[in-house]
Design a protein around this ligand. Sequence first.
Ligand code: ATP
Length: 317
Amino acid sequence: MRQKIYAQLKNTDGFISGETLSTALGITRAALWKHINAMKTDGALIESVTSRGYRLISPPTVPRAEYLAAHTRHDMPVYYKPSVTSTNDVAKTAAQSEPGEAVFIAGQQTAGKGRKGRTWVSPKNAGLYMSFLVRPSIEPARVSGLTLMAAVALSDAIQAATGIHTQIKWPNDILIGGKKAVGILTESLLNMDGIDYIVCGMGINVAQKSFDDELKEKATSLTMHGKTNTTELAAAIIDAFLDALDIFTRDGLSPFMSAFRARSAISGRVSVISPGHRDTGDFAGFDDDGALLIESGGQTKRFIAGEVSLRGENGYV
Ligand code: ATP
């Protein structure tokens, strides 16, 4: 019901009367009023004027599936929960029991994950935490490229929903002004026929106005750079990610690489840190498979996005 009410409000320019709404939806005025109040509790700004009715001023800030449906072109199932351990874990559990694809969103993660078992700090209603469970028919070797595809799609979606320009730190972070605003974590399961599923999770700092000491030097949020509505942002991400995934499945990573290169935050002398090893050299670009190239001692070395970390000579990038 809330989905229908929200769609009506969103598709009406100006006011819609309580009577029109309740008659159209077959509910009482009291029931309508309850739903409208619940939307307000979810952060929607809805003006109500006696004798004129209701007018939507801005969407809810809690990105429930009911609201997202009115904003996205895609109809992949979306599940919202106020609190989870990690949206990637929820998506992976669902993947074991269901054959389909879905998007999992949470208002909070109590055990948000980064790469290599690290933590993604995910405070309540401050960030957008979402994971796509998808099953594209691609070669297993191409899974690492999906993280780069996702970075481009996310960067596009952030620009479209908020106007904020972002940069990408190969392979899995999105930065604003040199600080991390988004982390991407891709996990996958292979079976004998190839890919069983891929879970691509993203933690996006949206509403934080400050960060604790351990993060304040390297983290930032969208709100620190512009105005963001979490529902509109989540919808833009769903559309951008699923559009990109279609292209990626059909044509691979190369259609994304010029955007990736244009937004790359890396330059100069860099170190690539792999388990037990550190390579230092001059950044020499990316190839069309999304591998990082660095030059050292007249040789070009190639690194595939995986469990490697990148550091600039003077710090984070
Ligand atoms: P590296 O550059 O070392 O490879 P990474 O950028 O890939 O790391 P991830 O593993 O994706 O990092 O994310 C985990 C790290 O991100 C944490 O170790 C922490 O430093 C940082 N971090 C955790 N939570 C947040 C957050 N909400 N915003 C920004 N950075 C965070």
